[in-house]
Design a protein around this ligand. Structure first.
Ligand SMILES: [Zn+2]
Length: 461
């Protein structure tokens, strides 16, 4: 899937459709969990706001109108004008709308990460829509100063703090350590973390991605790891197929969806590594000015991402047809990595797909090009993420081969192969194909794994 600086992983899933819940009620329920479970409700919508929304939508082009007419509705498909008004609201008038509305499902996401403009990031704000109230921290230093820009390391505000909740000691420890060391906060949004998801993130931050997370420093492209039910305004039981995760650069959040919590640990590790790699691809161009351009004018300068892609063998040709479907009211379309047409070592991505379909993943042609999965042929954005997972598994494999007794190595290898399917089609993820390629060499240099890291990962995954 190519989406606006988002990345989504789907897996086939044979869930039967259960009785359909009332979608309209669910939409409002999701809005109440938008920053954290039971976030305060947004201020009441006024008639003036509704009139403004109707007249804006009236004038807009068909592809954008469709989002309002198809998704922001009651169950009988009549428009819910309150949702329309919220979709275009900018509470603090800073030119950044409060929400980003997903173009494929209408789901609301955090747009302006400080909606009331009080200097406190919504997630940390016990009252995100009221600039007179911030976060409260009663069990530590008591100061409500959770400023987004503040690089000092304060403690976690009460409404997010697991130390007050019925959680395992290990989960309490991980939430605290991720926040105190790297200012990454684990947040629940109407769905709870399980210990293995939290552990997976915690372990990757300290091994594969340790060059991005330095104790006492902020990594601006990953501030929030949140758990939500799924990517839609729907109950997971009403959705066919599962969505595992999604990274969003603009608010900088990694969303983990409920189905990921059901995966076995090895598979989950691969999924988390894939998504965390997207935050790196966004980080290479990060600056405060650039993110401001992104939020206000939907224009994220990706010069460094394009140079990185070039070093991995990609050429970007021209902006592709998505640009004709630019969104003017909603914010899903950006100038971004997925909006270009790419070629890889002289062949277009479609040509590579044809080579793959004709010869198969285990063929010499595909191995020679170091292609690890069909999904990685979406372009450099998914390529680097799938290669990152492949690199991780391949390093675990190689280390196991040289250090474990043969029988243990064989069972590790079986486990890695069984769980390295990050593609909707089964049996198409060949992590070993990456060996010797430009991308693996780049990853070895920038995301090196020590024997200690590998030993730890093999023991635990
Ligand atoms: Zn992805």
């Amino acid at each position: 899937m190519n989406k606006a600086l988002l990345s989504i992983l789907f897996v086939a899933n044979l869930l039967s459709l259960s009785t359909k819940a009332n979608d309209h009620e669910l939409k409002w329920e999701f809005i109440s969990n938008i920053f954290y479970t039971n976030s305060p409700a947004p201020k009441e919508v006024t008639q003036e706001e509704i009139d403004k929304a109707i007249s804006l939508v009236e004038k807009t082009r068909a592809h954008e109108k469709k989002v309002f007419i198809e998704y922001l509705t009651f169950d009988d498909k009549t428009p819910d004008y309150k949702l329309w008004a919220l979709a275009i609201r900018d509470t603090d008038n800073d030119g950044i709308r409060d929400y980003v509305v997903d173009e494929y499902s209408g789901k609301f996401r955090e747009g302006d990460f400080d909606i009331d403009g009080d200097g406190i990031y919504n997630v940390f704000d016990s009252s995100p829509y009221n600039n007179l109230v911030g976060g409260t921290d009663t069990n530590n230093d008591g100061s409500p100063d959770f400023f987004y820009e503040d690089e000092n390391f304060n403690s976690i505000p009460d409404h997010l703090d697991w130390s007050n909740q019925n959680k395992s000691a290990q989960m309490k420890k991980m939430q605290r350590a991720l926040y105190e060391n790297y200012k990454v906060i684990l947040v629940e949004r109407g769905f709870n973390f399980n210990e293995s998801v939290a552990t997976g993130v915690y372990d990757l931050v300290r091994t594969l991605f340790k060059s991005l997370f330095i104790k006492g420093q902020v990594n601006p492209s990953l501030r929030v790891v949140a758990v939500e039910e799924n990517v839609y305004f729907k109950k997971q039981s009403d959705v066919f197929g599962a969505t595992l995760g999604m990274y969003m650069g603009f608010n900088p959040t990694f969303l983990v969806f409920s189905e990921t919590a059901l995966l076995n640990k090895t598979y989950m590790l691969g999924v988390l590594a894939h998504e965390l790699s997207h935050s790196y691809q966004y980080l290479v161009d990060y600056s405060v000015d650039n993110i401001d351009q992104y939020l206000k004018f939907k224009n994220y300068d990706i010069t460094n991402f394009l140079s990185l892609s070039k070093a991995l063998g990609f050429n970007s040709n021209k902006e592709d047809s998505h640009f004709s479907e630019y969104f003017e009211i909603l914010s899903p379309t950006y100038k971004e990595p997925t909006r270009f047409r790419y070629s890889l070592d002289g062949k277009s991505m479609n040509e590579w797909r044809t080579v793959l379909n004709m010869n198969g993943m285990s063929s010499e042609k595909i191995k020679k090009q170091h292609i690890v999965s069909p999904y990685s042929l979406s372009g450099p954005w998914e390529w680097l993420s799938d290669q990152t997972t492949a690199y991780l598994f391949n390093e675990m494999d190689k280390y196991g081969k040289r250090s474990l007794p043969l029988s243990r190595y064989r069972s590790l290898k079986r486990k890695l192969i069984r769980n390295s399917n990050l593609d909707p089609d089964f049996q198409v993820f060949y992590y070993e194909n990456g060996e010797g390629g430009k991308t693996f060499n780049f990853l070895k240099k920038n995301f090196s794994l020590s024997n200690e890291d590998l030993n730890f990962l093999i023991d635990n995954y």
